[in-house]
Ligand binder design. Structure first.
Ligand code: 4AD
Ligand code: MG
Length: 479
């Protein structure tokens, strides 16, 4: 096997001149003991390998079944059949590994998403998951590309954290103490002083606080890493382990922050439109087929690619929380008591039904909500002059709901200290965060984009469990 093997993508781009080629891949289908559809993950398309069965031993032919891994050598010729321009006339085949057709779970037919979640180690061999994962990879690259091009530094915030103050949700504890008999303090509580780090530690819910420290020296940074939340939310939008992108910029106010977020999102969508057309076409078709089985009012009005173009080409609507409350208060579903949570007064937290109403019914485009009540947002957000709202902004997307959460940060030491006190947080825990306000403090802002929610939007996948290779959700960490 010394000859250079080609990828399927490479082969399909060649002019067939009867040249000798070799390729590795997995069998998608084997028809009539003659036509192998071979796929290697480099593209959605397969290369057709034509086998003259008289040339091969029964023993070899028997092992060519869906899922088997093969090495194929042959000559590249123009295809006689429809559906492909070139094909391989096979001269030699080696079986890397067969796949017993009696029990190989991924058959050339439609499988349900639920079934495939139980086969998460094999599901990437389906067209849908391969397309989703190629898009996920492209999107990650686009994100790095955007920030690197715009003067940001990639900053690795810690995964294990000792600061317990972000308030973004329940955390997973990190410990090496023996759960059966942890050391006790004299008060009879667990003595974390004897734990690995000498204090309580958890998996991070956000890299923001650490990113703030680095922005106050590097200027513009972004994190892109795994994030953990132990909320027991079994929804199609929540994971216990998800990836988040958190840019943080010194000398940015809330306007600058919103401008960046909008430009960033449009850019990464444009990138995949430009680079992933084949997979997007496939996912669009898939979505159209899926929509046919849904009731009319649940169908999305735009094909996937058109929706992505629409978002990348049109301005996001920006309104304050207060304006949103007015719209919602006077909305049909509120008046007819169709919302599960009715909007009665200013100050309540918005539920996803409200967010979706604004985006999908009222405005029909992405919406940036800003200036939220201080009471429903995190302690670090900058207090407005009115004394009751903070410079927060959430970006809401059609079919997704909240995709970005961000804010201008409170850079004034005294204001921040007061807030921390009011919330009953121990100032000592945040000593280093407060130092950032003691030494060279400045206006600064940032936001967090939920990577999987973005992948959901771009691929049209309805469940967040289907856009991450091995999803972590309550009661589920099999793989
Ligand atoms: O709104 P969140 O909680 O914001 C923060 O964590 C800030 N520290 C970000 C910042 O300002 N640097 O989370 C940000 C985004 C959400 O808008 C959502 O897209 C995603 O992260 N997200 C989740 N995605 C999947 N599963 C979960 N459980 C998620 N929780 C949040
Ligand atoms: Mg949020």
């Amino acid at each position: 096997m010394s000859m250079k093997t080609s990828s399927v993508t490479e082969l399909l781009s060649l002019a067939a001149t009867g040249q000798e080629v070799t390729v590795n891949g997995w069998v998608k289908a084997f028809r009539s003991n003659r036509f192998i559809a071979l796929n290697d993950g480099s593209t959605l398309r397969n290369i057709q390998c034509v086998v003259d069965f008289e040339k091969f031993e029964e023993d070899i032919l028997k092992q060519i079944s869906t899922g088997a891994a093969l090495w194929v050598k042959g000559v590249l010729v123009e295809s006689q059949g429809r559906g492909q321009s070139v094909e391989i006339q096979v001269n030699d085949i080696r079986i890397h590994g067969g796949a017993n057709p009696e029990n190989y779970p991924i058959q050339p037919k439609k499988h349900s998403m639920e079934f495939l979640r139980e086969q998460a180690h094999l599901r990437v061999r389906t067209n849908t998951f391969a397309a989703v994962m190629r898009l996920r990879s492209a999107l990650a690259f686009a994100i790095h590309h955007y920030f690197q091009k715009n003067g940001f530094y990639y900053m690795h915030s810690p995964i294990i954290t000792g600061s317990d103050a972000e308030g973004a949700g329940e955390m997973f504890r990190v410990t090496t103490l023996d759960p059966k008999s942890p050391p006790q303090t004299s008060e009879g509580t667990v003595d974390f002083g004897q734990d690995f780090f000498g204090k309580e530690t958890n998996l991070t819910v956000s890299g923001q606080l650490e990113a703030e420290a680095y922005a106050m020296g590097l200027g513009k940074v972004y994190t892109f890493g795994p994030t953990f939340r132990a909320e027991n939310s079994n929804t199609s939008r929540h994971l216990a382990e998800f990836w988040m992108i958190e840019p943080e910029m010194a000398f940015y106010d809330l306007q600058d922050n919103m401008n960046l977020a909008e430009d960033f999102i449009k850019n990464i969508i444009e990138y995949v439109l430009e680079h992933c057309e084949e997979d997007l076409q496939f996912l669009q078709k898939r979505l159209e087929d899926e929509e046919k089985s849904k009731p009319q009012h649940e169908r999305s009005s735009m094909p996937l690619i058109e929706k992505l173009e629409f978002v990348s080409r049109n301005e996001f609507k920006r309104i304050t929380y207060t304006e949103a409350i007015e719209i919602l208060k006077n909305s049909k579903p509120n008046k007819k008591k169709k919302f599960q949570y009715l909007i009665e007064e200013w100050g309540i937290d918005l539920q996803s039904e409200h967010e979706r109403y604004l985006v999908e019914k009222h405005f029909n485009c992405p919406v940036i909500l800003y200036d939220y009540p201080a009471k429903i947002k995190a302690f670090y957000m900058r207090l407005n002059e009115d004394g009751k709202t903070v410079r927060a902004m959430d970006i809401l997307f059609p079919g997704i709901g909240e995709i970005v959460g961000g804010s201008q940060r409170e850079e004034r030491l005294e204001v921040l200290q007061e807030k921390i006190k009011a919330l009953g947080i121990d100032e000592k825990e945040l000593w280093w965060y407060l130092d950032l306000r003691r030494y060279g403090t400045a206006e600064h802002s940032g936001f967090g984009l939920g990577f999987e929610r973005m992948v959901q939007f771009v691929t049209g996948m309805g469940n967040i469990r289907d856009v991450i290779p091995f999803p972590r959700t309550p009661q589920n960490a099999e793989f």
